[in-house]
Design a binder for this molecule. Structure first.
Ligand code: B16
Ligand code: MG
Length: 216
């Protein structure tokens, strides 16, 4: 029986992926890595900032020290945070608000399980904070998806057993993490058919039988 739902943020509740791409592209261009494309950006979905940086650097042929890499990741984050200033509730994906209201009425606790360290800022800018019971994000963890840590922390904060939580994700790494946490998963987003989740839907606007999912 499901008592809490842990939502991934980027690609599930809000769309900030285009801003992530623009910020990484700006950094890549500055580094002379002109071959970084949207296709490469797909590999950055759901993975940490440092792992995302490696995706960019793998397209070039220069070696960087750990200190230099940290500086590059910080530079990208500064571009991204600057872009987030323009973010508002228009970035909330279709069906999200209706779903959160419906689940709340059914007595379900709502958690966030995102590797983004910008989670509190994004929730605030998109006016979603009030719908959320507990946040587990990049600021709480040392290992990113596919490690289950972010979902285990969320279940712990919600005061629920892992098996009573369902994860909603748009990334393959997130679905693997959910399974590793012994949680059922629901996959959404452009790649939903490929995610190998327990339940698959294009988005939260789809006709999802929540009563059935919550009872199983
Ligand atoms: P930040 P999610 C993830 O968010 C993004 O999908 C991923 O592209 C990004 O690298 C990661 O957050 C870290 O974000 O640089 O803001 O800490 O899908 O886990 O909500
Ligand atoms: Mg995501």
């Amino acid at each position: 029986m499901i008592k809490g739902i842990i939502f991934d943020l980027d690609g599930v509740l809000v769309s900030t992926d285009e801003l992530h791409f623009k910020a990484w592209k700006k950094l890549a261009d500055e580094l002379g890595i002109l071959s970084f494309t949207k296709e490469d950006n797909k590999k950055q979905k759901g993975v940490s900032r440092m792992e995302s940086l490696e995706v960019v650097l793998s397209k070039g042929n220069k070696e960087y020290t750990t200190v230099e890499k940290e500086e590059l990741a910080e530079r990208k984050n500064n571009y991204y945070v600057e872009m987030l200033k323009e973010l508002n509730n228009q970035a909330v994906l279709p069906g999200v608000i209706e779903t959160l209201i419906k689940l709340k009425k059914l007595g379900i606790l709502i958690g966030i399980g995102s590797v983004s360290k910008n989670t509190p800022l994004i929730l605030e800018k998109t006016e979603l904070t009030g719908y959320i019971d507990q946040i587990s994000c990049g600021l709480d963890i040392t290992k990113s998806k596919p490690d289950p840590e972010v979902f285990l922390v969320a279940a712990n904060k919600l005061n629920l057993k892992n098996e009573n939580c369902l994860v909603v994700e748009d990334s393959a790494a997130g679905i693997v993490a959910a399974k590793a946490a012994n949680m059922k998963s629901l996959g959404v987003g452009p790649e939903y058919k490929l995610l190998r989740a327990d339940y698959s839907f294009a988005d939260l606007e789809s006709d999802i039988d929540w009563n059935f999912i919550l009872q199983n």
